[in-house]
Design a protein around this ligand. Structure first.
Ligand SMILES: Cc1cc2nc3c(=O)[nH]c(=O)nc-3n(C[C@H](O)[C@H](O)[C@H](O)COP(=O)(O)OP(=O)(O)OC[C@H]3O[C@@H](n4cnc5c(N)ncnc54)[C@H](O)[C@@H]3O)c2cc1C
Length: 460
């Protein structure tokens, strides 16, 4: 077996000077600007007030180029690669993943405009986002919908027409679309005052007669649009990012706000967005677990638990923390690989993004709890951070496309495809994500007790 240096140059775990600069810059922001506001904001019971407490940190993040670091330089963004993005995200998530989620959602709202918008839309929206002298500009991305019958989000690509799947409709009328229905869960959408972000990208059903692989599109809804109202949601974790309900009542939006390339492709937008955010969510789990691990190690080296020596000298403490350290390392490099893949393949990575997100968020939720077991009962005392780590880690498998109903379904759809190459990721080969890979697992058993809701919702 022989090798030449050019073939090994692709794998390098040593950060370049530029990557290190991004990492250290984010660490400085997280530890010195964000950390001082986290405790008070996390404990504030009113979700809007909690979010408002983060505003000075957000404005500082904006000034430092963090808030829109993911957008291309051409439109005023930071032009970070996806690798650089997750290096920064780990640092911020180790301090507060909710705040990081606010920044992530700026990307979920505006990256699709970059991918699919007209040149006029790109200039108008991205340049506005990146040139705000107040540093408060914020964007929301609204795909998710409220629970109910019909309701929910996971089956957005179900092949059946309205009322299953995405329920917010956008009816074409003259030179506008008229929006009706409700969204539930999106971050940022209500803005700093509960009356709207600067802009929201909303996934809507533009053709109620078509299923989720044909009838969905995305439209930009500007702050101040009549007929749009917001209600903040009180969550148990990620409390520094504002989740909200949106109600559309005959809200009229100019037809020119429809992101051109998404007409009939809102399904692909949702999947590509979750591909891009996969390693960001994965690295959020790394950041939270890292914080829990470092705190538990510090605890174990300091406290004796009634014995003559610090707890770290108990074998189980050392073994368990070692296992946690291994998982953090493994997940971190999986995130690097996923981000690198997305860099290599034009911001696609529907398969690896989902694999990465599910694996890291579920593996490391358990690790956070293991750290708590090592610390013992004192981890339940809210004056320490462990209960917050657990609340944050528990959000990660269920947000950003739930691992059960959305992320694993995407993986299943790709694996079931007749042409799927199981070595594609290993060989860094492009795995094209197509509409044929969608809809899998969306239609339950149509008869018997489990089929009853289906019968109620299926309209001829
Ligand atoms: C902090 C936070 C931030 C968020 N930010 C945003 C945002 O910015 N924008 C946005 O649009 N949304 C946002 N969300 C919502 C988030 O993306 C959810 O993951 C998404 O709404 C889907 O939730 P779900 O998968 O639980 O869907 P649901 O439709 O509620 O599904 C519920 C459950 O049903 C089961 N299920 C449903 N269908 C299937 C199926 N076909 N196969 C197998 N099981 C199935 C699964 O067990 C699934 O967990 C956010 C949520 C949180 C908590």
């Amino acid at each position: 077996m022989s090798s030449d240096s050019s073939t090994s140059a692709g794998i390098n775990f040593t950060l370049s000077a530029d990557q290190k600069k991004v990492q250290l810059g984010a660490r400085d922001f997280a530890e010195n600007v964000l950390a001082p506001v986290v405790r008070e904001a996390d404990r504030e019971p009113d979700p809007l007030k909690a979010f408002q407490l983060t505003k000075p940190a957000y404005v500082e993040a904006y000034k430092r180029g963090i808030a829109f670091c993911m957008l291309p330089k051409e439109y005023g963004g930071g032009g970070l690669t996806n690798i650089e993005l997750i290096l920064a995200a780990e640092e911020i998530c180790a301090v507060d993943p909710g705040f990081a989620c606010t920044v992530l959602v700026n990307g979920l709202a505006l990256m699709p405009v970059w991918y699919w918008g007209t040149e006029q839309q790109k200039k108008r929206v991205m340049q506005a986002a990146t040139s705000d002298p107040s540093g408060e500009w914020i964007a929301g991305y609204a795909a998710s919908e409220p629970p109910g019958t019909p309701g929910g989000t996971a089956n957005f690509d179900t092949p059946l027409p309205h009322p299953v799947g995405i329920g917010v409709t956008a009816r074409f009328d003259g030179d506008s679309y008229v929006l009706n229905g409700r969204k539930y869960w999106p971050c940022n959408v209500a803005g700093w005052d509960g009356r709207g972000a600067n802009i929201n990208l909303v996934v809507v059903r533009t053709d109620p007669n078509k299923g989720g692989t044909e009838g969905l599109s995305a439209i930009l809804v500007e702050r101040g649009t009549p007929g749009v109202t917001y209600n903040l949601i009180d969550t148990f974790g990620h409390r520094l990012t504002p989740n909200s309900e949106i109600i559309f009542e005959n809200a009229r939006v100019p037809a020119s706000n429809l992101v051109e390339g998404t007409l009939g492709n809102g399904d692909l937008l949702i999947n590509r967005n979750f591909a891009w955010s996969g390693p960001v969510a994965g690295i959020a789990a790394v950041g939270v677990a890292r914080a829990a691990y470092e705190s538990a190690l510090d605890w174990a080296k300091t406290y004796t638990a009634g014995s003559p020596h610090p707890m770290i000298y108990f074998q189980n403490v050392g073994y368990v923390l070692g296992d946690v350290a291994a998982r953090i390392e493994a997940c971190r490099y999986f995130c690097w690989k996923a981000a690198h893949y997305i860099d290599q393949h034009d911001y696609h990575g529907e398969l690896i993004g989902a694999l990465n997100k599910t694996y890291c968020t579920e593996t490391l939720l358990d690790s956070v709890y293991k750290c708590m077991q090592v610390v013992g009962v004192n981890s339940a005392d809210r004056k320490h951070m462990f209960e917050k780590f657990l609340r944050e880690a528990a959000i990660l498998p269920i947000y950003d496309g739930g691992n059960f109903g959305m992320q694993r379904r995407r993986v299943h759809g790709v694996l079931a495809s007749p042409n799927f190459n199981p070595r594609a990721l290993m060989d860094d080969e492009y795995v094209e994500f197509t509409k044929e890979m969608e809809t899998i697992d969306t239609v339950q058993r149509p008869e018997g007790p489990a089929g009853r809701p289906q019968e109620r919702l299926t309209h001829a």
